[in-house]
Every structure is written in structure tokens, then in C-alpha cells.
Unconditional design. Structure first.
Length: 205
């Protein structure tokens, strides 16, 4: 019988592991480039998923992403899909998920998150602590909505974009792909792909 395995074991993964514990998901193992001396959740080390000789494939395991970096999370997701392994989403029990919400595989929804109805969330997305995603939003694959951020209704966030802590995105705004929105920014207009926006009101830098 396969194990629940977290990929990555530091920082963001600790938040994910806390959520799995509260959700009754028993994670027993982790993968990393090397075994960690610090092992707060007392997990078994399985090796590094990127190694040629990694022995964790084809064992019926379910893999959970504990990676905060969007680019790395994307490459690990692609590896898991190539290997035809199972990629599990984690939703903290305190999160409020509305009706008709579609959440892609490998996504993490943290504690205190509110996602209102008719929302589409892609694959391997992070919706972090206390974020609010209003009605009819669309969030692309590998994006990250940081703690306390607010997406008003009908906001679109492109693939691999990062919305900083406590940022506010006005209703109907479209954020392109690979965009960085700074912490506390207030975004009132559409943002083109591969842009950086900071401040209130938001300005390009």
C-alpha cells in the first residue's frame, strides 16, 4: 500500500504538513536533495525525487507538494505527471470553499482561506493563509496567492504569478502570467505578463 509523501521539507512544507495533520491525512515520508537532521514531523526520508535512482516511483504513493517557489513547483509537478504518479491536493479544514469551485491537483489551500462560488483554480496553486478569493475568479497553474491577499470578483491570475501578502486586486482585473504583485499593493488595472507591480495604487517597476 502506498504512502503519503511530501516533496520538500522546510518552510512552506511545514504549513502544508500542519494542514494535512488537521485534515486527517497521514503523511509518513518526505523527499529532499539530502536527509535533514531537523525532522519536526518525524518523517521517513525517501531520497530525492530528481535522482535517476529514486526508488519512490511505482509504489502507489500519493505525492503532496511542499514547495513554495512557483518555478520549482511547476517542474516537480511535470515530473510527477511524466511518472504517472498521484498528485494530491490539501485543503485545511478551516478553509471555506463555496459552491462550484474547481480546484486542480496538487493545490494547497491554507487555514482561514475563503473561496467564494464559481471559482477555477489550476494545478499546483498555493492559496495561502487567510487569503480571500471572491466569486468567478480564475487562477492559473502554479500561481501563489500569499497570506491575506484579496482577489475581488471576476479577477483572473495567470500561470506562475505571485500575489503578495495583503495585496488587493480590484474586481475584473486581469493579471498576466509570471507577474509579481508586491505585498500590500492595490491593483486597479490589468497587468501584462512578466511585470512587477508595487504600491497603492499599484505601479509598474
Amino acid at each position: 500500500m502506498g504512502k503519503q509523501v511530501i516533496i520538500g521539507y522546510s518552510g512552506h512544507s511545514y504549513v502544508v504538513l500542519d494542514a494535512t495533520k488537521k485534515a486527517g491525512i497521514q503523511v509518513t515520508s518526505y523527499t529532499e536533495k539530502e536527509e535533514h537532521i531537523l525532522n519536526p514531523f518525524e518523517l521517513e526520508y525517501l531520497g530525492f525525487e530528481g535522482d535517476k535512482n529514486f526508488e519512490g516511483w511505482d509504489k502507489g504513493h500519493e505525492f503532496i507538494l511542499g514547495i513554495g517557489d512557483n518555478r520549482i513547483r511547476e517542474s516537480v509537478t511535470e515530473l510527477i505527471l511524466i511518472k504517472k504518479e498521484k498528485l494530491r491536493s490539501v485543503i485545511h479544514p478551516s478553509a471555506s470553499i463555496g459552491s462550484l469551485v474547481d480546484i486542480g491537483g496538487g493545490t494547497f489551500v491554507a487555514s482561514g482561506v475563503i473561496i467564494n462560488p464559481i471559482v477555477e483554480i489550476g494545478m499546483s496553486v498555493i492559496i495561502n493563509t487567510g487569503a480571500i478569493v471572491e466569486h468567478e475568479c480564475q487562477i492559473g497553474d502554479f500561481a501563489h496567492v500569499a497570506p491575506g491577499a484579496v482577489l475581488a470578483g471576476n479577477v483572473k491570475v495567470g500561470k506562475r504569478s505571485f500575489i503578495g501578502a495583503n495585496a488587493v486586486i480590484k474586481e475584473g482585473v486581469e493579471i498576466g502570467s509570471k507577474v509579481i504583485i508586491g505585498a500590500g499593493a492595490v491593483v486597479l488595472e490589468n497587468v501584462e505578463s512578466e511585470s512587477k507591480v508595487v504600491g497603492n495604487p499599484g505601479r509598474l517597476i
